[in-house]
Design a protein around this ligand. Sequence first.
Ligand code: AP5
Length: 193
Amino acid sequence: MLNVIILGPPGSGKGTQSQKIAEKYNLLHISTGEMLRREIKERTELGLLVKDTLSRGELVSDEIVTSMIASTIDSDTIHQGFLYDGYPRTISQVRQLQDILNVRGMSVDILLLMEVEHDELVKRLSGRGAAFGRPDDQSVEVINNRLEIYRQVTEPLVDHYCKTKTCAPVNGMGSVNEVFGRICRAIEIKCKL
Ligand code: AP5
């Protein structure tokens, strides 16, 4: 089973590229952000609990997202692996994912680190906010808050994955297909496909 993490700041193309990666390598795309937005849309108890946190651009608790990951992995029988998009995002989540994988006899094969310039991130997120109305893309303050939380809380995880030699930096600037080509090369080299 292949276990791929895609990590990068908001707007770096994680969701866009994940759809293509999941299809090409037959992986289950697990996006914690998408799962949470679905809960909000369906007005579930969890959705009501996390709605304000997402609209402020802050992180929900580690326990909430990790329990979603474990149950999603266990319910899948048809894919050749998993693609984690937007998870892990904190040091605790790194440990929790490691535990989840260890007990199932798996480990992280590659972490794709999406690198995109700050101005381009703001441009992409504001553009999507104007076009599609995603609540956390609506104001510059919330966009900046998300980028700052990424810098302070999530970026330090990269060191951990560099130590385990699973980190593969990917230039996320350029067209969607250009970026996808770089990602495929990184996966095929690192995972020896
Ligand atoms: P999440 O859904 O993970 O959002 P995010 O990290 O803020 O990322 P985005 O979806 O904004 O960007 P992306 O990198 O996926 O880029 P995308 O492909 O969409 O999380 C949302 C919230 O949920 C969090 O803030 C938090 O509250 C909560 N949450 C989620 N996971 C959590 C966790 N593990 N722990 C705690 N809380 C959690 O592209 C963005 C735009 O750019 C699109 O319009 C796209 O069309 C465009 N674009 C993409 N690629 C290109 C390109 N190459 N050129 C030009 N435009 C492009």
